[in-house]
Design a protein around this ligand. Structure first.
Ligand SMILES: Nc1nc2c(ncn2[C@@H]2O[C@H](COP(=O)(O)OP(=O)(O)OP(=O)(O)O)[C@@H](O)[C@H]2O)c(=O)[nH]1
Ligand SMILES: [Mg+2]
Length: 224
């Protein structure tokens, strides 16, 4: 049974092969640090509160024959539980089913230096789709870590290749990031929250002047 989504509380699980940088991503996001060394994870859990500005109310009204858009915004507080898992195949395969059932959203991490690490995401993405059905598409994002000077020297996966793969899987396109140089780390989590709560693709820009005005009043959470 899939987990019931509690309002403003998300349990996010990071999955992916060993040494792709899952721990480095979480530590960069939660603690703001990057450590060079490598210590294999068994399992770790982190808490973080985030304030997210949202457009929660929009109304289009005709005024002097002109359509005008009135919006009201509010900031919501989201409590994240972030679970950092082991990429070690034996541990991962034993615990995977538990992780996959017991989460609201997933960050699937590969390293741009390892094609094998991208391929390793395939069974995970398939299982998430099997367990969560239509919801799966708004529950996961794919991150290509190590997109920095050091990682670039050993790049094995182009963004095009990873994008092609996500298209084959029918999931949102990947984002390249670097825990080391703090590239796109906050965007990973904000994008995932946005996708999870609104169903919108994780990294699209919010259009401040939506094109087609409607006369209806909308109440929805739209993360800016
Ligand atoms: N160049 C570069 N190296 C990174 C980056 N993130 C992590 N690393 C290095 O990659 C190695 C593995 O990082 P971890 O974060 O421990 O990898 P992991 O995916 O948590 O590995 P497991 O816990 O075994 O599953 C370490 O030596 C890190 O210093 C990054 O963004 N860029
Ligand atoms: Mg780790």
């Amino acid at each position: 049974m899939a987990r019931h989504l509690k309002e403003h509380q998300l349990r996010i699980v990071l999955l992916g092969a060993s040494e792709v940088g899952k721990t480095a991503i979480v530590k960069r996001f939660v603690q703001g640090v990057f450590a060079e060394g490598y210590e294999p994870t068994i399992e770790d859990s982190f808490q973080k509160d985030l304030m997210i500005p949202t457009v929660w109310w929009q109304e289009y009204c005709a005024d002097d024959n002109q359509m005008q858009c009135k919006t009201a915004t509010k900031t919501i507080s989201i409590n994240l539980t972030i679970v950092d898992t082991s990429g070690e195949e034996e541990i991962a395969s034993n615990l995977r089913s538990l992780y996959l059932h017991n989460a609201d959203a997933f960050v699937l991490v590969y390293s741009i230096c390892s094609l094998a690490s991208l391929k390793a995401l395939e069974p995970i993405a398939k299982e998430i789709k099997k367990i969560h059905g239509d919801q799966a598409l708004r529950m996961l994002i794919v991150i290509g870590n190590k997109c920095d000077g050091l990682g670039e020297q050993d790049r094995e996966v182009t963004l095009e290749k990873a994008t092609e793969w996500t298209q084959e899987q029918g999931i949102a396109e990947p984002l390249e990031a670097s825990a080391r140089s703090d590239l796109h780390i906050e965007k990973i989590f904000k994008g995932l929250i946005r996708q999870r709560l609104t169903g919108r693709t994780p990294f699209e820009a919010v259009d401040p002047n939506p094109g087609k005005p409607e006369r209806t009043k909308k109440h929805h959470c739209q993360i800016a």
